[in-house]
Design a protein around this ligand. Sequence first.
Ligand code: FAD
Length: 459
Amino acid sequence: MNYDVIIIGAGPGGIFASYELLKLNNRLKIAVFEIGNALDKRKCPIDGKKIKSCIHCQTCGIMNGFGGAGAFSDGKYNITNQFGGNLYEYVGKDEAIALMQYVDAINCEYGGKDTKLYSTANSHLKKLCLQNDLHLLDAQVRHLGTDVNYIVLENLYNRLHEHVDFYFNTKVDTIHKIEGGYEIVSKDKSYTSTYCIVSTGRSGSKWMQNICESLDIPTKSNRVDIGVRVEIPSDVFSHLTDELYESKIVYRTKKYQDKVRTFCMNPKGVVVSENTNGIVTVNGHSYNDPSKYTTNTNFALLVSNKFTEPFKSSNEYGESIAKLSNMLGGGVIVQRFGDLIRGQRSNQHRIDGSFLTPTLKATPGDLALVIPKRQLDDIIEMIYALDKVAPGTASDDTLLYGVEVKFYNMQVDIDNNLETKHKGLFVIGDCSGVTHSLSHASASGVYVARKIAKEVINE
Ligand SMILES: Cc1cc2nc3c(=O)[nH]c(=O)nc-3n(C[C@H](O)[C@H](O)[C@H](O)COP(=O)(O)OP(=O)(O)OC[C@H]3O[C@@H](n4cnc5c(N)ncnc54)[C@H](O)[C@@H]3O)c2cc1C
């Protein structure tokens, strides 16, 4: 075998798996294969001047490369079992929290120690939400910020790269099961290992599906979340964000009894576009450095859609809606809340005349032509509900960017060790369908590394 362990994907799952393997046994031969660039070479060409929107690069500077989809993210590491994935269903609730706390300690050790850990414990805001039919979920959240998150990744890479073989710009095409391990193939080269950890994230979802088919690993369809990114003056939400940084608030709509939730809150942050498999959707982030603060706060409002038989393609449903917005707006569409309520499209004139300056250059338009009525009604109802705890949310000038889609990978059939039916082949992080956050993906990497290190010692 060329290696003891091959890891596919250098996102948080792959990074923390290699970190823990190295820590537990520095004699292990480890390789990490990554389709994208090394951290210092990752760059999105959009500069707002010459290149204003996505030019569909071969590998996306935002989604691929060392650090994975999280590299330029807001770096919010949530320590909770209430959202971010269902790792606890596999490893147990206490173990899941302990793993996330361990990841937090490493992030602090590698550059994040001066960042703040927020908590919902004993917050009076819980009561305020409940009094208004809103439910604030329990969590601790470490906000590294985009800037510190980058430094932590840089330090982790410096720790790893002398002991671990990194193959950047190297897409793994296939995985073959061979006697005593696995062979992975990239173009005309192949590499073998006893253990293989797949951690290809959400951007590798279609690839993962093919791998599962070729290795006969069962999968189940997952949900897709559709919604908008809301942008408001930061003062409107400051009582929530100052205390909690990120509040995950859930509301059940009166009309359809659907659950709508806030997601990925970025106080004083910016709205950004993101490209997944050629489809442009919206996201957001914010910096830890006060000199990079904006006067706006943004967050997503998402409605979960889980389909029953015979429909299985929840991701394609989400993609179709995102494609519609790309078709009408050439990318992301922005609309003022007041325009949406009055049934009129937003145009540049109305956006320019509003009191809120958008942080993303998007195409003014009409989200009612893109988002299905049910989800749009849900979102409008939620905005009015939030207006009760944060007056000003339902203002005419509130900006809605669409569409925000959270794709989830199909659920890969893995056991409580996160191991497939093929011994030694593990699937971790977002590509497993089990996690969908930085902390859960990282924790799953640590968990599997410990399993492998223990097995190697016992051999
Ligand atoms: C803009 C943005 C902001 C976000 N903000 C937050 C946040 O604040 N908090 C939070 O908890 N989560 C956030 N997320 C989500 C978070 O980034 C992911 O949940 C997390 O990165 C998942 O980690 P992962 O290791 O499973 O996958 P990824 O981070 O997606 O990493 C997978 C890696 O595998 C590589 N890969 C894929 N296929 C192949 C292949 N065939 N061969 C070789 N390499 C391959 C990819 O290039 C990628 O680098 C954000 C995501 C985005 C896009």
